[in-house]
Ligand binder design. Structure first.
Ligand code: BGC
Length: 414
């Protein structure tokens, strides 16, 4: 159903005048600046303009969104919040508690979001029972991407256990190939870490990174996780420090490295470069059962009743969850539609696998929020974990010391 986004300006002076139609406006803060990301967000910009909206772009480069979130805090503190902000997971509720988010329930109800969004994912969009964010997609985080030619030339299959991954990496290293393309930024270290935790079982992931159970955090299993992180560190090239994630993806694309462990926004890069899954590159879930989800969403910030901005927010929310945008955007972005009623016929094998696995994992209780992408935890404990993960990855810290630091850091952050 089409939502109205025409509003009547009702200032005291204009009450007796003819209705004035609001002109939707939006200043949109996001961190979609890589090739595939920019192509995806352009779809929203175009649809917004087609419906008469004026879009002011506020891109803040930096994978994972850390820099964008710093920019957001500065804007809100100075009393000048952007109209719409790419915001995810518990950060939505944290901002809601600050009293700065707009209620978009009228759009959600008119469009029947409750009927088309999976219940577990819809919960992330709610604040005290109202709708406070509009979901864009479902990204799966636990993926391995591979250069198909390199694997073929070296007689390697897509690994299905970490032992197989390590064996493949050793073989590649012996052949002079960099096994793992990685960008040494804290959020990328965290991305790998959470997939290794998941490899120890969905229950372990849930206890350690969602429930923050001290026993799981301090366990021998967690020591093994850090052991594997140390092993993986040995498979990256010397220049990994500070590298952006999309440059790591380009290494796999260009045959400079065999694998990347990254969410399926990496697929957006392969696709934007004209590469085909199954022919040029391969996707495979990281070892172990379970699906780590990362749902991009937009929250609308309070604009003090400015009619044009409110109209912009309502139009954006309507477009974002609309079926046409969900299809076109996600075809570019590498993710899948969050709406359960959008056909996946136009999507590639990686997206179809993602949707099938998501359904199966939801059934099995192993559909889990990504901690590294801000879906599982509030800022403080998530930051405390990432600090330890990255400190370990970038030093010769022992696994035992890392586990000790982890339990202490999480206890202090609670
Ligand atoms: C976001 C993706 C984005 C990626 C890299 C993730 O946290 O959910 O939309 O493409 O970071 O910037």
């Amino acid at each position: 159903m089409k939502m109205k986004h025409l509003f009547v300006a009702t200032t005291a002076l204009s009450l007796s005048a003819l209705p004035v139609l609001a002109e939707p406006q939006a200043e949109v803060l996001h961190w979609w600046t890589s090739g595939g990301e920019a192509k995806s967000v352009a779809v929203l910009q175009e649809e917004f303009a087609e419906r008469g909206g004026t879009w002011t772009d506020m891109p803040v480069a930096g994978g994972g969104g850390d820099a964008a979130m710093t920019a957001l805090r500065a804007r809100v503190l100075s009393g000048n919040a952007p109209t719409a902000v790419q915001l995810k997971g518990p950060a939505i509720q944290e901002w809601y508690e600050e009293g700065v988010l707009a209620d978009i329930s009228s759009v959600a109800e008119a469009q029947g979001w409750a009927d088309v969004l999976p219940a577990q994912l819809a919960e992330h969009m709610k604040c005290d029972g109202t709708w406070c964010a509009a979901p864009v997609n479902v990204h799966r985080v636990n993926w391995i991407w591979a250069n198909k030619d390199i694997l073929d030339q070296n007689g390697i299959e897509m690994p299905t256990t970490w032992e197989e991954f390590n064996a493949a990496a050793e073989k590649l290293q012996a052949a002079g190939v960099t096994p793992l393309a990685h960008g040494g930024q804290a959020w990328q270290d965290a991305t790998i870490f959470e997939t290794v935790v998941l490899g120890k079982g969905a229950d372990f992931y849930q206890s350690a990174l969602v429930d923050l159970d001290p026993e799981a955090l301090g366990s021998d299993t967690m020591v093994e996780v850090f052991d594997e992180m140390r092993t993986l560190r040995g498979y990256v090239d010397d220049n990994f420090s500070g590298r952006d994630w999309n440059l790591a993806t380009a290494m796999v694309m260009n045959g400079e490295a065999a694998f990347q462990i990254m969410g399926d926004w990496a697929k957006g890069e392969f696709l934007a470069a004209g590469k085909t899954p199954g022919e040029d590159f391969l996707c495979g879930a990281t070892p172990g059962d379970g699906y780590l989800y990362n749902v991009d969403s937009f929250a609308m910030f309070d604009v003090g009743g400015d009619d044009d901005k409110v109209a912009g927010q309502e139009l954006l929310a309507e477009l974002i969850v609309g079926p046409s945008f969900q299809e076109t955007f996600n075809l570019n972005k590498g993710s899948i539609p969050v709406r359960s009623d959008v056909s996946l016929d136009a999507f590639d094998i990686c997206a179809q696998t993602s949707a099938e696995d998501m359904a199966a994992d939801a059934e099995a209780g192993s559909l889990l929020p990504s901690y590294a992408h801000g879906m599982a935890l509030r800022g403080e404990p998530a930051g405390a974990i990432t600090d330890v993960v990255t400190a370990h990855f970038n030093s010769d810290m022992s696994s035992q010391d890392a586990v000790q630091m982890l339990t202490e850091a999480v206890a202090n952050a609670m």
